[in-house]
Write a protein that binds this ligand. Sequence first.
Ligand code: MN
Ligand code: MN
Length: 403
Amino acid sequence: MEPTDDTSPHHETPTFGDPDLPQEGEVNTVDDPAATVMTGPQNPVIESQFPNQMDAPATDISTQQFFWSSFNISPRRVQRGGWARELTQPDFGISEEIAGVNMYLEAGGIRELHWHQTAEWAMMTRGHCRITTLSRNGLPSVDDVEEGDLWYFPPGLPHSLQGLGPDGAEFVLAFDDGAQSESNTLLLTDWFAHTPPEVLAKNFGVAQEVFSDIPLHNLWIFPGDVPGPLDADRAAAGVQPGGEAVIFRLSRSTPVYENSGGSIRIADSTNYPASKTVAAGLVTIEPGAMRELHWHPNADEWQYWLKGQGRMTVFNTGPHANTTDFRAGDVGVVKRNLGHYVENTGSETAVVLETFRSDHYEEVSLANWLSHLPPSLVSAHLGIPEEVLATFPRGTQGITPLR
Ligand code: MN
Ligand code: MN
C-alpha cells in the first residue's frame, strides 16, 4: 500500500486485523465522532440491555449472523398442567444443530407419553421431575431428577415427564436438530384417536367399547396427581436393576476445570454413555472472571444462560468480530471453530450451560496453543518479547483465575 498523505482523516488511526479497506469499527471514528450518531427511531429499553452492542468495543468489526436470542422473547404455549416455549431454527436462524425448549410442569403436571424423530437431551433447572422411558432393548426406566440432573432419550425412544412436589419441575431441552419443535411430536392420545376402534380392540384383545371414552384431542400437557413413591412406580413398570443409565447428575460431577474464577463440568459419552449425540458443559464464572478465549472444532455451541450476566465476542473470518450481552434466560449460538470468550460483567456468579451436537466435548484453548509453540514463532507474529510470552498460562485453564 502507498503511504497516505496528511490529508487522510484516518492517517493516525491504529489498525486492527487485515489491512482491508475501508477500515471498519468505531476505532476509526475517534477523530470523527459525528460518524456514530444515531438519529432514527430507538427503543431505549432494549438498548439498555445491550451496552456492548450499542457502544461496541473498538475492536469489533463488521457484522455477522445474529448469535443472540432468548426464551424471554419466545411466546409460551400454556395449558392446564404447565407450559413450554422454544427457540427452533425458524425462530433463530443460526441455531442449526440444536433446538431449545424451556418447559414447566406443575406438581403432578404431565407431559404426555410421546416420542419423536430427534434425540432429546435435557437439564433440570428447578424442582423435581419423574421421567419414564422404554429402551430400544425393551428395558423400562423410571427415574426422579432434580436441579442439575440430565436425561437423554435417543430418537424414537418413548417417554413421559411429570412434575413432582412441592413446586413442579422446570427444565431445558436440547433437541439434536434445529428444526425439531416441541409441537412436532408423536403423541399417544393422537394415535389412539386416529386408529380404527376395531384395530385397537384387536391389538389389545378387548372389546371396542373399552375405547369409547378416549380423548379425541391430544393432551400434550395436562394436570395429574403427584405420583407416589419412586420404588412403587419402578416395580409397577417392571424396572430391572442394571440397565444403562438414562440420567446423569451433572451438577454433582467433578469439575474438569476449577479455579478461583469458576468451574467447568462436562457430560458427554465418555462419562455419560447414554448421551450419544449431545455433549454439554456446565460453566460457572465469578464476577470479573472469564471463560477463556477458545473455540470448538467439532460442533456449534448452543448456550443457555441460567444465572447472572456477561458479554461474548464472536470472532469470525473476514475479520468479523461482534460483542453482545447476555442475561439469565438468554440463548447464544457460536458456530464451530469461531473464536469466543464469555466474560462475567455482573456482580453475581454467572452460570451458563453449553451444549454441542456431538458424542464428545472438544475445545481448543488459545492460551494452550500459544504455550505449545516455539516462543520465537509466536513473538514473530505478535511482537511480544519471548520473556513476556513465558508468563502466559502454560495450558488450558477453562476459566481465567481471579487476580
Ligand atoms: Mn420429548
Ligand atoms: Mn465455548
